[in-house]
Write a protein that binds this ligand. Structure first.
Ligand code: NAD
Length: 262
């Protein structure tokens, strides 16, 4: 018996990193998975990998820009059309965007980060809720971060940190609103995880505003706070499955404890 046997999961940003790790893990536990991502080639490759790893040998990939309402609606509708239901929703896609001093950060750069990380989370939940209600309940997960919740020390990451704090506030509002329908809503807050997020990070003059802090013995915490997508995927599996049936409205830090100091 898999922990997600019979379940259908929709995962944004599933072509890479944390989203792909969770998709593989969910499929191993019996879920049928749809990944939605803007990277067509990587998404198709991930779909094939998920089908190979999965118990049910069925996965779907949909090209989708998560900041576009129509695209998100379409991806969720296609998932339900193909698999017949929806039980688990993982709003995970995100970018670091531009990190720069506030006076240099341009309005369109601010907007892009907020739309990709925060508005997309609302859009994903907005279009998924009717399907979760129809299934009689479900589990919503959101990838936030230690940034904006426990640490504020990444220089120039004002837009990113604001988007990540906003996701946790939204998660708590949604948890309270949706509990009566048997829908749980939780967030994971990863620390440093080895993924491809650096490819979507642009830094300008951050050295000018950095607050230098020296940790002579390196970062504290398990593995010096360095994690892999699989470390987050197992936590997501817990939150997606019945193992966490009485857990809603929490942010769960997945950082080896490193953000307790920094
Ligand atoms: P990643 O770049 O490896 O994966 C992110 C995926 O999201 C990519 O496949 C990318 O194509 C997709 N994506 C980006 N913008 C999109 C858009 N507009 N529409 C659709 N798909 C889009 O990075 P990751 O580290 O796996 O990031 C996943 C989430 O984890 C993000 O929300 C990120 O903020 C969060 N996070 C990451 C870390 C870390 O250290 N890697 C730490 C804390 C939080």
């Amino acid at each position: 018996m898999g922990l997600l046997d019979g379940r259908v999961a929709f995962i944004t940003g599933g072509a890479s990193g944390i989203g792909k790790g969770a998709a593989l893990r969910f499929a191993q536990e019996g879920a049928r998975v749809c990944i939605a991502d803007m990277q067509a080639e990587e998404g198709e490759a991930a779909r094939a990998e998920i089908e190979k790893a999965g118990k049910r040998s069925e996965a779907l990939f949909v090209v989708c820009d998560v900041s576009d309402p129509e695209a998100v609606k379409n991806a969720i509708d296609l998932t339900v059309e193909k698999f017949g239901r929806l039980d688990v929703v993982f709003a995970n896609a995100g970018i670091n965007g531009v990190w720069a001093p506030i006076e240099e950060l341009l309005p369109n750069e601010w907007r892009k980060t907020l739309e990709t990380n925060l508005t997309s989370t609302y859009l994903t939940v907005h279009y998924a809720v009717p399907h979760l209600k129809a299934a009689g309940g479900g589990s919503i997960l959101i990838t936030s971060s230690v940034n904006g919740n426990r640490t504020f020390s990444s220089p120039g990451a004002s837009a990113y940190s604001t988007s990540k704090a906003g996701q946790v506030a939204f998660m708590k509002m949604a948890a309270l609103e949706l509990g009566r329908y048997g829908i749980r809503v939780n967030a994971v807050c990863p620390g440093a995880i080895h993924t491809n997020i650096g490819e979507r990070t642009y830094m300008r003059h951050t050295e000018e505003i950095e607050v230098k802090m020296e940790l002579p013995e390196g970062k504290p915490g398990v593995n010096q706070g360095q994690g892999e997508p699989e470390d987050v995927a197992d936590v997501c599996l817990f939150l997606a499955s019945e193992q966490s049936r009485h857990v809603s409205g929490i942010e769960l830090y997945v950082d080896g404890g490193a953000s307790l100091l920094r």
